[in-house]
Design a protein around this ligand. Structure first.
Ligand SMILES: C[S@@+](CC[C@H](N)C(=O)[O-])C[C@H]1O[C@@H](n2cnc3c(N)ncnc32)[C@H](O)[C@@H]1O
Length: 255
């Protein structure tokens, strides 16, 4: 037994199981409860102010029209949901997120901006959506898919609730592996983000952000995951030297 006792082995197994359970718990939103109050401010600082521009491209990619109904998954503090409502007066948005504290900050913003008539925020999980098939004209998720434990399941759910021809826009950070800015971007994500996040929010959760970005599949691999989940990928657009990527798809029509 390599000098290890049965108790050692059992203890390590127990620790690993507890670690997995913690990861699953954190990944499904509880972690964000701890940083909800500082999330918006930190987002702007960490992304060096470019995150709203990336969200605008996400909104445009959905090609919305008056009367459309949009689902914003992992809506968090509702930045994307509110941007959709601002830019498209005739569109209704439903935001879904499992973090009650993120939703509380989001609801306050919706109330402040007087958007309650067109923006609704619900507690929920992207992996099991409480909506009928084809009940939305479009769906988006910004900086959320990497937190979902079973990404394929969430992607299949998106394909199920969006009507045929409707657009699905997924915005996610990625790690630029090549190019002149690759080392700089990696330094920013691995060294600056966790330290700045911990310093400004007093929370260690930003270590998780760095780890979850590094663990994300490359854009090509993620596009394959989308195809395997039954989506027809229309576009994979690297943004800001590949620090972020916008994936656009439609539900695959089954004939
Ligand atoms: C980095 S925040 C992004 C918030 C927002 N979309 C934005 O653009 O700022 C990630 C969000 O994913 C949410 N999340 C984690 N697991 C989820 C799941 N299983 N289903 C839906 N959202 C989830 C978290 O609660 C958190 O609010």
């Amino acid at each position: 037994m390599n000098g290890r006792t049965h108790q050692d082995v059992e203890r390590r197994g127990r620790q690993r199981r507890e670690g997995d359970a913690e990861a699953a718990r954190l990944g499904s939103g509880a972690m964000f409860d701890g940083i909800a109050e500082s999330y918006d401010r930190l987002n702007r600082i960490i992304s060096l102010g470019v995150d709203q521009g990336w969200r605008r491209k996400t909104v445009d990619a959905m090609r919305l029209a008056p009367g459309h109904r949009v689902l914003d998954l992992a809506t968090g503090t509702a930045d994307l949901a509110l941007m959709i409502a601002d830019r498209h007066p005739g569109v209704e948005v439903v935001g879904v997120d499992p973090s009650h504290n993120m939703l509380a900050v989001g609801r306050e913003k919706v109330r402040r901006e007087q958007r309650e008539d067109r923006v609704r925020l619900d507690a929920g999980d992207a992996q099991a959506l409480p909506f009928a098939d084809d009940s939305f004209d479009a769906c988006c998720i910004a900086f959320g898919i990497r937190n979902v434990p079973d990404r394929s399941r969430a992607l299949r759910e998106m394909g199920r609730v969006v009507r045929p021809g409707g657009r699905i826009a997924i915005l996610e950070l990625s790690e630029p592996r090549n190019g002149i800015l690759g080392p700089l971007a990696r330094f920013h994500v691995h060294e600056v983000v966790p330290r700045l996040g911990a310093r400004l929010s007093g929370a260690q959760e930003y270590r998780y952000l760095q780890e979850s970005i590094a663990a994300c599949p490359s854009p090509d691999d993620f596009a394959d995951v989308m195809r395997d989940a039954g989506l027809a990928v229309q576009d994979v657009l690297p943004l800001t030297f590949g620090v972020c990527c916008l994936y656009v798809a439609t539900p695959e029509v089954v004939s």
